[in-house]
Design a protein around this ligand. Structure first.
Ligand SMILES: *[C@@H]1O[C@H](CO)[C@@H](O)[C@H](O)[C@H]1NC(C)=O
Ligand SMILES: *[C@@H]1O[C@H](CO)[C@@H](O)[C@H](O)[C@H]1NC(C)=O
Ligand SMILES: *[C@@H]1O[C@H](CO)[C@@H](O)[C@H](O)[C@H]1NC(C)=O
Ligand SMILES: *[C@@H]1O[C@H](CO)[C@@H](O)[C@H](O)[C@H]1NC(C)=O
Ligand SMILES: *[C@@H]1O[C@H](CO)[C@@H](O)[C@H](O)[C@H]1NC(C)=O
Length: 559
């Protein structure tokens, strides 16, 4: 591999005149602005790449398959091995370029130029790998000349990617004046006082301020993989992953640091950590970062971690999953992506939240597919990525759910947080099927009996209602309303000390209650990884951050 790669530290730009000319030419190129496009594009590209290189087309298109293929290739044909490596290099850089593009998109006000550059580069990568001349598929032998030409072009693109990243790194790594932002939010809060608008403004601000640190971390991790590919080959999965006698956790997130905190907090409080198995599912963009993290910082105590991307589950197609179908329909695309932010972000709270694609994202709705994701398992504990575990949780697996599917803590008090709060009881379908006074419960720490789920066909129930809600007349947004519907009368109430909520918005939770909780949950906008987190709760999260991890220090997590 002749390409110069920096290991994510220090300086050493590549910015030569030729590269600058390359950068300039980006501006004249067609621009793809929508996040939709990038996501589809990454998925497409990885499909191309995973099915491409060698003879074994019947292998599943997962990371393990890649390993497998590489192995076959080594045995069979050195040119194919090289081809494989070139493809791998192209995908790694794709990931990185897309990470930057996503980040640029988030801060689109200041750096829309960079967004264009990264999107253009991503497009070029795609063009390159799909170019007809470079279709090696189904060929027995690789033409060495063509391969060489292909390699040359990949390397050129990689070089441009590296130099763009070096040039824009500064603006990503520098800390902004967070304190000022925080003051603004509190000032606004004081003025407006009441909850609804408040939430909207806070969420729009925090959504913009998110995650310099988070993106910095993800990018460092991907860069690490590019710098030391030999350290990050795929490993055989442990048989523990499917062993139903162990304690299994499902954790769906695109946030590396949050996942790491959840896993560490479970393990550090577990009496027998080697019996705990974490199933992390993330998006295509964060898959590499997540894997590198857990390779660099393996979990302690013999616990097990499996990391997959949504795309690794082939049954999740838009013909099966209503949410994906709805996302694909042009109406929704327009709704979410057109003219967004043209006129500032002064909409009301619901509007901002409703238009956030995250609320429709597959990662959020994965929780409705647990029995299919983990066909061999009987019970799974679902955890949100904004929780911290403070006790050994194995007691949850021993609770008798009385044949119910979902064990959860209830959140209603007085007339608040009843079903009427989440569902449209003016609608006859809702009115005729549910009791408006039924007590709501919380997602975030739920013990699911997967056998009962299969028996009760809860996934079908969910599909039925999610389809009915295509035009949002039954409920507005999120996963809780369809959850309340799906597990209506199939939920067992757990003792409240299992799961204490509100650390992301409620400044008045009793410290005793928090101390006694098995799981605390930072639901709300003031996530502990944001600088707007509430100080009185933040340390309960930061104490589980892996402070010895070099990238955590580099990315200014403010510890
Ligand atoms: C991207 O592709 C276009 C068209 O092939 C080309 O003009 C441009 O220089 C390419 N950019 C890079 C960085 O390769
Ligand atoms: C990874 O690669 C680097 C450089 O090639 C090497 O020093 C290191 O020991 C390798 N292994 C790990 C686990 O980092
Ligand atoms: C933006 O707002 C201004 C006035 O507030 C209005 O005149 C203009 O039409 C709006 N633009 C769009 C694209 O909605
Ligand atoms: C919403 O969809 C249902 C059926 O899918 C339809 O009967 C109803 O008229 C729609 N409502 C609106 C406001 O479009
Ligand atoms: C609730 O349902 C009624 C009856 O279908 C409908 O007219 C109304 O628009 C719905 N409300 C919302 C907020 O969608």
């Amino acid at each position: 591999m002749a390409v110069a790669v920096r290991g994510g530290r220090g300086g050493g730009g590549l910015g030569s005149g030729g590269v600058n000319a390359g950068l300039r030419s980006f501006f004249s190129y067609r621009v793809f602005l929508s996040a939709m496009f990038t996501l589809l594009f990454v998925a497409t590209l990885s499909a191309i790449l995973t099915t491409h290189p060698s003879a074994s087309s019947q292998l599943p298109s997962s990371g393990d398959a890649y390993m497998h293929r590489t192995f076959l290739a080594i045995k069979s044909d050195p040119l194919k091995t090289r081809l494989d490596l070139i493809y791998k290099q192209a995908t790694d850089h794709m990931t990185l370029v897309n990470a930057y593009a996503a980040y640029a998109r988030k801060l689109k006000l200041d750096i829309s130029k960079q967004l264009k550059m990264f999107d253009d580069l991503a497009k070029n990568f795609s063009d390159l790998t799909t170019k007809p001349g470079y279709s090696f598929q189904g060929q027995d032998a690789v033409d060495e000349e063509v391969l060489r030409q292909f390699e040359k072009e990949v390397k050129e693109k990689v070089k441009v990617a590296r130099s763009m990243i070096v040039e824009s790194k500064e603006s990503y790594d520098n800390q902004i004046k967070i304190q000022k932002l925080k003051d603004t939010i509190f000032a606004v809060n004081e003025q407006l006082g009441k909850a609804k608008k408040n939430g909207g403004i806070a969420s729009s601000i925090s959504a913009k301020s998110i995650p310099k640190s988070l993106h910095c971390l993800a990018m460092r991790l991907v860069e690490e993989r590019i710098a030391h590919p030999e350290n990050y080959t795929e490993q055989e999965p442990s048989p523990a992953i499917e062993d139903p006698s162990l304690y299994h956790y499902a954790l769906f997130s695109d946030n590396v640091i949050a996942v790491s905190v959840v896993v560490r907090s479970v393990v550090m409080n577990a009496e027998e950590p080697w019996k705990h198995v974490f199933h992390v599912v993330t998006d295509r963009m964060n898959l590499a970062a997540m894997k590198v993290w857990f390779r660099m910082r393996p979990v302690e105590g013999g616990a097990h971690v499996e990391i997959k991307a949504v795309e690794d589950f082939p049954f999740l197609t838009s013909s099966y999953v209503p949410v994906l179908k709805q996302l694909e329909s042009s109406y929704m695309q327009n709704y979410y992506y057109k003219n967004q932010g043209e006129n500032g972000s002064s909409g009301d709270a619901t509007n901002i939240k409703f238009r956030n694609p995250k609320y429709m994202s597959m990662l959020n709705h994965l929780r409705f597919y647990l029995p299919e994701l983990y066909p061999k398992l009987h019970k799974v504990l679902f955890l949100d990525d904004d929780v911290v575990v403070q006790k050994d949780l194995t007691g949850l697996w021993k609770i008798d759910l009385d044949g119910r599917v979902n064990g959860a803590v209830e959140t209603c008090f007085g007339s608040f947080h009843r079903y009427s709060h989440y569902l449209n009881f003016s609608h006859p379908l809702i009115r005729d099927n549910f009791n408006s006074k039924a007590c709501a419960w919380a997602f975030g720490m739920n013990i699911f009996d997967l056998d009962a789920w299969r028996r009760e066909k809860c996934t079908d129930t969910y599909h039925h209602w999610q389809n009915l809600n295509e035009n949002h007349s039954l409920w507005k947004l999120g996963t809780l309303p369809p959850g309340l519907i799906t597990f209506y009368s199939k939920t067992k109430s757990l003792d409240k000390s299992w799961h204490v909520l509100g650390l992301g918005y409620n400044p008045g939770i009793s410290m005793d209650e928090i101390r006694n909780a098995a799981v605390i949950h930072y639901n709300g906008n003031m996530k502990p990884w944001l600088d707007i987190a509430m100080n009185q709760y933040k340390h309960l999260w930061t104490k589980y951050i892996d402070g010895d991890m070099e990238f955590v220090q580099m990315c200014n997590f403010g510890l």
